[in-house]
Write a protein that binds this ligand. Structure first.
Ligand SMILES: [Zn+2]
Length: 455
């Protein structure tokens, strides 16, 4: 669809609930403006929001009522120093006792879940402000990559429900059509599928191609091997969800002839940081997030990324350990003119792509999606031992997950194809890599990263 028509229709026709779309667009505008506000005004605004969410959490969330520091009053002036007294919250804390983190006065809200990019699945709850903030954060991140509202976006992505929705539900199909978006399933990337993606993308000619870093890399290598010079995307490749190494970036940029824009996000908060056209680190989404690095020197030494999310009243996330590792960038303000703090590229996540005996490629996020919504699974790792032998390692109480096992077996069996063997094993812990980081999928077949050995 024409860019202007799409922008116009998106504004006026896409309103799931009264006023929702207008609020998403207003939040998007605010994010764009906030990143250029002078630091004093920006900090004032953040501190105001921070004070509000801290007061709310102490009043309405059992965990924070019990654990958080008692103060006479939390004000915008003291909010930052009070924040440092709040305990760090890890996924495991929430898994153990989810009710303790949910507001006793949530208002309208919905349940959501993350597969956990570090292999720790978790259920959580979001209110409408969070849905608006997350949607607008993606528009904001796309705009940093140069997208003008209404321009075409192709998603090489893998949320099963999103992908099924795009093809299976008329309402969503209409929405994606109006929004100029198309979805391509990163969970199913055999050669025949990639061939079909390439034809469709060549006709669609998106401005942005948004993909898991590993999927973009796999696809780029596929096109490179057959000597294709794709005439898309017109503007940029946006990578997310896992580490985009300099080597991967270089291959992707070479094949597509367009710059890569990295983005750092998660299911809980949407886009937390995004790269701009200066390509010097990722601007933090300061309208929604206060980011701390738990390190002796956050500008030099990487540490766990802690996020305090400013929107979600249904389940406030205060000093939440994202499971990722990073550091701040120091130095001059960014050449793009935005004044927010920046993160160095986030290196804390990595997953292997599994190549089945039949040659089908399954992105590692498939397994995190499969285990969505199971707080009983504290950690997991999916290991490919041989082309046909797989182990699913679970840190979980077998009795609690017994009823889910048949579905996992069925779905994983379907994905892996006939002749594969799956062993489900219960372990006390998932071993870390020598670097201390963990992979939630691991293949021992050939090169340590199946995506790197392709083709
Ligand atoms: Zn910049």
């Amino acid at each position: 669809m024409n860019t202007r028509l799409s922008a116009l229709f998106s504004k006026h026709l896409l309103d799931r609930r009264a006023g929702h779309r207008a609020r998403v667009l207003a939040a998007f505008e605010e994010k764009c403006q906030l990143s250029r506000l002078n630091p004093v005004r920006r900090t004032d605004l953040q501190n105001q929001r921070l004070a509000e969410i801290l007061v709310y959490a102490q009043e309405h969330v059992p965990f924070h009522r019990e654990q958080a520091p008692r103060r006479e009053t939390i004000t915008p002036q003291n909010a930052r120093s009070v924040l440092s007294l709040f305990p760090v919250v890890r996924r495991a804390d929430i898994q153990r006792n989810p009710e303790a983190f949910v507001s006793d006065a949530p208002g309208p809200c919905v349940d959501d879940a993350t597969g956990g990019s570090t292999g720790t699945p978790m259920m959580f709850r979001v209110d409408r402000n969070t849905q608006i903030a997350r949607e607008s954060s993606l528009l904001w991140a796309n705009s940093l990559a140069g997208r003008i509202p209404g321009e075409k976006v192709a998603m090489l992505w893998g949320s099963v429900s999103d992908v099924q929705g795009a093809t299976g539900q008329l309402r969503l199909a209409v929405r994606w059509w109006i929004e100029n978006m198309r979805w391509y399933n990163a969970f199913d990337m055999g050669e025949d599928r990639m061939e079909a993606f390439h034809s469709s993308l060549s006709a669609f000619r998106p401005h942005l191609l948004v993909a898991y870093a590993g999927s973009a890399f796999t696809f780029a290598r596929f096109l490179q091997a057959r000597g294709s010079r794709p005439a898309y995307p017109l503007k940029a490749v946006v990578t997310s969800a896992e580490m985009c190494t300099p080597a991967m970036r270089s291959v992707i940029e070479d094949v597509f002839g367009r710059p890569v824009f990295d983005r750092y996000g998660n299911r809980e908060f949407g886009a937390m940081a995004a790269e701009c056209q200066a390509h010097e680190g990722l601007h933090i989404n300061e309208a929604d997030c206060i980011v701390e690095i738990d390190s002796a020197d956050p500008f030099k030494v990487e540490g766990p990324i802690l996020v305090t999310y400013l929107s979600n009243r249904a389940m406030p996330f205060i000093r939440y350990d994202t499971g990722d590792v990073g550091r701040f960038l120091s130095g001059e303000p960014c050449a793009c003119g935005r004044l927010t703090a920046r993160l160095a590229p986030v290196m804390g996540r990595q997953s292997d792509t599994i190549r089945t005996a039949s040659g089908k490629l399954i992105h590692g996020e498939y397994f995190t999606h499969l285990l969505y919504g199971t707080n009983a699974v504290r950690e997991f790792q999916f290991v490919q031992e041989t082309p046909t032998l797989y182990r699913l390692l679970l840190v979980a109480d077998p009795a609690q997950v017994a009823s889910m096992q048949p579905r996992w077996r069925l779905e994983i069996g379907d994905a892996l194809g006939a002749g594969s063997e799956l062993r489900i094993e219960y372990v006390d812990r998932i071993p870390a890599l020598p670097s201390g980081k963990r992979r939630f999928t691991l293949t021992k077949v050939g090169n340590s990263s199946a995506s790197q050995k392709y083709p």
